[in-house]
Unconditional design. Structure first.
Length: 91
């Protein structure tokens, strides 16, 4: 079994560290999106609207689908589900 060159292993380690940073940034952005989404939901509900706007959700999904195909749709749906939440806490 061949061993990875030390330089290649160091490169992989450095690249994985960068991926970890990107993953942390994605989680931070997702938390920001969730907070904004919940504020939109609170505002809509307080003005007599519904919690979910499916037309808006379709507009959110479309660019993900265009960029990544079927997997993009799944990503967008997961993001929306995370951000939608089961209910909006009382203000």
């Amino acid at each position: 079994m061949a061993h990875a060159e030390p330089t290649a292993l160091a490169d992989v380690t450095a690249l994985r560290a960068e991926l970890d940073v990107v993953d942390a940034e994605i989680r931070t952005l997702l938390e920001r999106r969730r907070a904004l989404s919940r504020e939109v939901q609170r505002t809509r509900l307080s003005s007599g609207g519904t919690r979910t706007d499916f037309t808006r959700e379709m507009r959110v999904i479309a660019p993900y689908t265009a960029a990544y195909g079927r997997q993009g749709t799944a990503i967008a749906m997961a993001v929306l589900e995370i951000c939608r939440g089961a209910s909006v806490p009382a203000p």
